[in-house]
Design a protein around this ligand. Sequence first.
Ligand code: HEM
Length: 449
Amino acid sequence: MGTCDEEYDYLFKVVLTGDGGVGKKKKKMNLIREARALLEWSLQREASRLMRKQLRHRDGTRQGKSDSISILWRRWVFFANGERWRQLRRFTTLALRDLGMGKHEGQELIQAEARCLVEAFQGTEGRPFDPSLLLAQATSNVVCSLTFGLRFPYEDKEFQAVVRAAGGTLLGVSSRWGQTYEMFSWLLQPLPSSHRKRFLDHVSTLAAFAVQQVQRHRGSLDTSDPARDMVDAFLLKMAQEEQDPDTEFTEKNLLMTVIYLLFAGTVTVSSTVRYALLLQRVREELTRELGPGQAPGLGDRPRLPYTDAVLHEAQRLLALVPMGVPRALTKTTCFRGYTLPQGTEVFPLLGSVLNDPEVFEQPEEFNPGRFLDADGKFKKHEAFLPFSLGKRVCLGEGLARAELFLLFTAIVQAFSLESPCPLSALSLQPATSGLFNIPPAFQLQVRAL
Ligand code: HEM
């Protein structure tokens, strides 16, 4: 079914062929799918220059009808292409900045959430618990504050359901079913599937929550006041461009933007912090540099090179988005002597970059030392690309990096962390690996210091 062409030394080509008929039509279908993947990290930069001009995110160009999952996932979640993407990306970036991201206010927002999280951990009083939900609620609250101007108590059942739905969506697109569906949706769509139903239920829960929040904003919007949050900013922009028939600031794009922020803000950072907790050995440095009880700020990062190295190594080892986000060439392109036809799907394999043994010796090992120089100072690696690169680099990178540092250090500084099974004995392999690598679940026991 698949052939790997050896003559491509650093590009590989997978050709899938198959015949099949759907329903009564019994029409002979021939699926030829080419996927060329970029393997070497050094190629990524060269490729990224190309991507600026000639790659777009993949949308419904696949043979066969795109169905509701494809539409939700590709068009709603991974933003659009072309002018729509440009406008929404610029708007979202500026709005997040205006709301304090990358500034002191942003740091305070995350630190306040970190305090709530530490308090909730404290409430477990040494009993074993799975930290997944609380961590996801904390990161979701940061993004809910920015997007909807609200934070929710961790006990709030509706909020718990939304956070679980974000986790379920993550699992859905990363599971074996999700991957198979992604490749063969034209074939699988007519068949009944409990996976598909569950996945759509999760996405609907996220969407219903977003709709409810937008409606609440509509009722209380004051166009003469500055935006309180992302939804306000979008609604104000919609009002400004009301007369423009080509405006991208529409109800549908508002929902698309906030659902994606809610999803990305909930699942990405929390999975990474959870993974880093499996690996933490950084308290000594925190206590030495800051003293007990002093909450670290982003300005302390240079004084905490080992902590920074642990977080980088956790992100490298986890490779949260291992295949990157697939793109397609908008025109036939010559790349290092190979001709890549228009429409070729390109997977920027971030997982292979982050595990390249040429750059990261024994990449399967957790070794924060690779991010430290001989003097113990933090050392950058060009191949450290968990957020991808180029024009479509993760829009939330700044927010994610701030959250990772502040939440992780707050937990590690407040508690000694244990587990009914020794943390060092737990597997570091992702529990599920697909579009996302999802770290394994584990029970944590915290003791206040
Ligand atoms: C550890 C945390 C995170 C990682 C590793 C991560 C990684 C990524 C990656 C690999 C992409 C695809 C880039 C590409 O298309 O080449 C992406 C896109 C994106 N991410 Fe993140 N992400 C993280 C957290 C976040 C957060 C917290 C947010 C926002 C709240 C966010 C918002 C976005 C958006 C909006 C895009 C689409 C950008 C575009 O298409 O222009 N991400 N992220």
